[in-house]
Design a binder for this molecule. Structure first.
Ligand code: KG4
Ligand code: ZN
Length: 331
């Protein structure tokens, strides 16, 4: 079955066609980054308006690239939360309208579950129990996946999300928005051991804290204006990656996971991917690192998650709305 997925929860307008939850026939992402860059972050009202303008052409392109039209689509899925309410509503309304016109089910998808299912697109034989490290601009979660749709939250951030820390540090260093990809690139030229930044909660439980690290970078940069920005970027990134990988390894050992899954925009980070891979090899875990384009927001992950949700729960009622605070459904 082919599912048309739609993602408009933040600043990417995306549509994709995925067959049987695993085969990506098309995945189109139109980023609004340039629109929001001047403001140093996403402006919700601008994002919703841009989604309205972009969604039609993006969906049309996804259908054309998949070599299909409405007749070849078995269900239409859209992210229903968490995210910006005005942005979510654009995707949800369009998805419901298409489902109604084509006479196929509508499936509401949790954005976080979408990030988690990005791994299944490239590794269809992925088998729970797994530990998932979900790290995006808005979330940092360590999750034990016990089965499809069965999640246990091990830990979350007490303050900033990992991606938010990248964005805030980059903004302070005058590197622009979004900060993650810039710091990732710059860190390649820097010394990751130049500055020993604090690793909040590294050896305690599974919760995370990144605001102390952010403040430490700012304070250090002000006191040492001579320090190369690349060294600051590399040392900051190293502190984040060290904490993320240390906790993920510990969690995998404790829950007896067979594999470690990375998801969310920060999972596109080169250092995190490298360290997670090394850790998996050392600990005998299967690594599941979706390609970079599947880590950041896209609609193929939405269509993949929808396939499993449709099989488990059936269609979503058409009167279901957007939920900006929608949590990951936990057991
Ligand atoms: O998952 P995502 O595309 O959107 C949300 O659901 O939040 O994640 C966006 C976040 C941003 O904070 C961005 O700076 C970060 O992911 N990010 C990265 C990288 N690429 C994107 N962080 C570190 N390294 C990267 N290469
Ligand atoms: Zn996301």
């Amino acid at each position: 079955m082919r599912i048309l997925g739609i993602e408009t929860s933040c600043d990417e307008t995306a549509a994709a066609v995925v067959a049987d939850g695993t085969t990506v026939l098309s995945s189109v992402v139109s980023s609004q980054v340039d629109l929001h860059a001047a403001f140093g972050g996403v402006v919700p009202e601008l994002a919703s308006r841009a989604h309205v303008e972009l969604l039609g052409p993006v969906v049309a392109q996804a259908l054309v690239e998949a070599g299909t039209d409405g007749d070849g689509v078995g269900a239409v899925a859209a992210t229903v939360g968490p995210g910006l309410v005005g942005s979510l509503l654009v995707g949800i309304s369009a998805a419901k309208a298409m489902a109604l016109v084509w006479g196929v089910p509508f499936v509401g998808v949790n954005h976080l579950e979408g990030h988690l299912y990005a791994a299944f697109l490239e590794e269809p034989d992925l088998e729970p129990p797994l530990v998932v490290l979900l790290v995006s601009g808005a979330h940092t979660m360590l999750v034990a996946m016990e089965g499809h749709g069965r999640y246990r939250l091990l830990g979350t951030t007490l303050d900033d999300a990992a991606g938010e820390a990248f964005d805030k540090v980059a903004r302070f260093l005058g590197l622009g928005y979004p900060g993650g990809p810039v710091i990732d690139r710059l860190a390649l030229e820097g010394d990751k051991d130049a500055i020993a930044f604090p690793r909040g909660l590294r050896n305690e439980g599974y919760d995370f804290s990144f605001s102390g690290l952010k403040t430490a970078v700012v304070t250090y940069a002000r006191k040492h204006p001579e320090v190369p920005v690349a060294d600051l970027a590399a040392s900051f990134q190293e502190a984040v990656v060290d904490v993320l990988v240390t906790k993920a390894r510990r969690a995998a050992a404790e829950v007896g996971a067979t594999g470690l899954v990375l998801g969310g925009g920060v999972a596109a980070n080169s250092a995190l991917r490298e360290r997670a891979l090394d850790a998996c090899i050392a600990d005998g875990l299967r690594p599941f690192l979706p390609s970079r384009s599947m880590c950041t927001d896209n609609a193929a992950m939405v269509a993949a998650a929808a396939w499993w949700r449709l099989a488990a729960d059936g269609p979503t009622p058409l009167d279901a709305g957007a939920d900006p605070e929608l949590p990951l459904p936990l057991v």
